[in-house]
Ligand binder design. Structure first.
Ligand code: C2O
Ligand code: CU
Length: 498
């Protein structure tokens, strides 16, 4: 062979080696090396699904349409998980694996989002961001560790404004492994509101939206007419059973879009947790408990009475309907002739009142890596009419919060508009350090903060869960009309973004 031929063979060989090693490093990932695209890792590769040494609690949930009776004479076509509103209640022990096989028997795509849970990004249930929506007839399995005990809920994140409205939600309780608090009983209360003879979708663009109104929720009041507790309204609301002298734990979840205020007799309540995070033991008694959209409250209630009484739903009573919850001591107790008490005497507690035992930051971080100003307001869009915006933009054009793993992030949330905006961050907990420029004496750790008109909150979180995460208003009508952004970890990318 002459030298020329040997030379060209060598060159071809070198080129081939070069090409294949390039290919191997940047595309294949066959030995577990992450697949890099523009220096970013696919979020699917952050998910380690080896649960071989952990207990698994498994459920099957089928998304299906049923005719659901809210009350005598009030039937709705509901979309449900397993045929009821709320969907099947899920329970799992802290540290165990929750495995849920979702089957979609609806004729629209659905997902499940695990509201409040800290989990791997691809289990977050956000269509076109963390997964492909589950198409009619298809299945999807969610599987993740239930890290922190407390009250959570699950709901579809596909076209949430419509699908959560139609009933695609349920409770998720993560039980403490070493349970200390022995309540005599426990009860889950999921609050919601329905449009039984109005069409919420056609109302979102009505001029009434511009009015604002007294309480920051004129839009919701205009759209919905029926209040429910555990999927039932009026006299069909299931009573709470608690004997005189007993204590019960109420796990209250607001799946609707307006603040619900529940009134209890003086000296009967003790707030245990907000958003699954234990609150301080002091000043936690009140007679009125506020629950914002998306928020959860664990409330200890003692019954000092032998006769039935009502947990008065003040929000519903003010609107001229009654969604109060009877409290009975005996199955046969008759409460028909008892009236809910509308008195609002006594103090009131909301999600921005009580500090927490376990903080993320001992002191307000004085050095932050990322600082983001989030201005919430309404705006006009040529195509959509009235829209809800973050920094004068509508999702997906809202500026993302760009972070790197390990960053300390500060977000200043300003509500310059006339509506309440319960802002929820996926799969991270944040610490509220100040309200209306006043430093809080007792910082609050949450995953949702209700920002009322004119209010400002300063929150801090640690970027410690890589992925692409939503941060949005939990009045899903506002979110669907633009009030949403993404916490975008710069070293990862989602293959599901359209
Ligand atoms: Cu209840 Cu985006 O969440
Ligand atoms: Cu909002």
């Amino acid at each position: 062979m002459n030298k020329k031929i040997i030379g060209s063979i060598l060159i071809i060989l070198l080129l081939f080696l070069g090409y294949s090693s390039y290919h191997w490093i940047f595309n294949e990932g066959s030995d577990g090396t992450p697949q890099l695209v523009n220096g970013e890792i696919n979020i699917e590769e952050l998910y380690k699904n080896d649960f071989s040494d952990q207990n698994i609690t498994e459920y099957n949930l089928t998304a299906e349409e049923v005719e659901w009776s809210l009350e005598n004479g009030k039937k709705v076509n509901a979309w449900t998980y397993n045929g009821s509103v709320p969907g099947e209640p899920l329970r799992v022990t802290e540290g165990d694996i929750l495995k849920v096989n979702l089957k979609n028997n609806l004729d629209v795509p659905v997902t499940i989002h695990w509201h409040g849970a800290i989990l791997p990004n691809v289990m977050d249930g956000v269509p076109d961001l963390t997964q492909e929506a589950v198409q009619p007839g298809d299945t999807f399995t969610y599987q993740f560790e239930a890290k922190h005990p407390g009250t959570y809920w699950y709901h579809s994140h596909q076209h949430s404004a419509l699908q959560v409205d139609k009933g695609l939600y349920g409770s998720l309780v993560v039980e403490e492994r070493d349970q200390q608090n022995n309540y005599d009983r426990e009860q889950i209360l999921i609050l919601d509101e329905w449009a039984t003879d109005r069409n919420p979708e056609s109302l979102t663009t009505m001029p009434g939206m511009m009015m604002g109104g007294m309480n920051g929720e004129a839009d919701t009041k205009q759209m919905y007419d029926t209040y429910t507790v555990n999927g039932k309204s009026g006299t069909s609301i299931e009573p709470i059973m608690v004997k005189k002298g007993e204590k019960t734990l109420l796990r209250i979840i607001n799946a609707g879009y307006q603040v619900q205020r529940l009134s209890f007799p003086k000296g009967t309540t003790k707030v245990v947790a907000y958003d699954a995070i234990k609150t301080l033991d002091k000043n936690n008694q009140a007679s009125v408990i506020e629950v914002a959209p998306g928020e959860r409250v664990d409330l200890e209630v003692s019954n000092h009475q032998s006769k039935p009484w009502f947990v008065s739903n003040l929000t519903s009573l003010e609107d001229g309907v009654n969604a109060s919850i009877p409290v009975i001591t005996n199955k046969n107790d008759n409460y028909e002739n008892i009236e809910p008490n509308q008195a609002k005497e006594g103090s009131s507690i909301d999600g921005a009142t009580l500090g927490n035992k376990n903080l993320i930051f001992e002191d307000t971080p004085n050095q932050v890596d990322v600082s983001y100003e989030m201005d919430l307001n309404m705006g006009m869009d040529m195509g959509d009419g009235m829209v809800f915006q973050i920094n004068e933009q509508q999702f997906p054009n809202t500026p993302p919060i760009e972070v790197e793993e390990g960053d300390i992030v500060k977000v200043e949330i300003n509500n310059n508009g006339r509506f309440n905006h319960p802002m929820h961050l996926h799969s991270h907990r944040f610490q509220v350090e100040s309200k209306n420029d006043q430093k809080l004496n007792e910082p609050i750790v949450k995953d949702l903060i209700n920002v009322k008109p004119g209010e400002t909150f300063e929150i801090f979180f640690k970027a410690d869960n890589k992925g692409e995460w939503l941060f949005h208003c939990h009045d899903n009508n506002h979110a669907d009309l633009g009030m949403m952004t993404i916490v975008d970890y710069e070293s990862v990318y989602s293959p599901f973004v359209e």
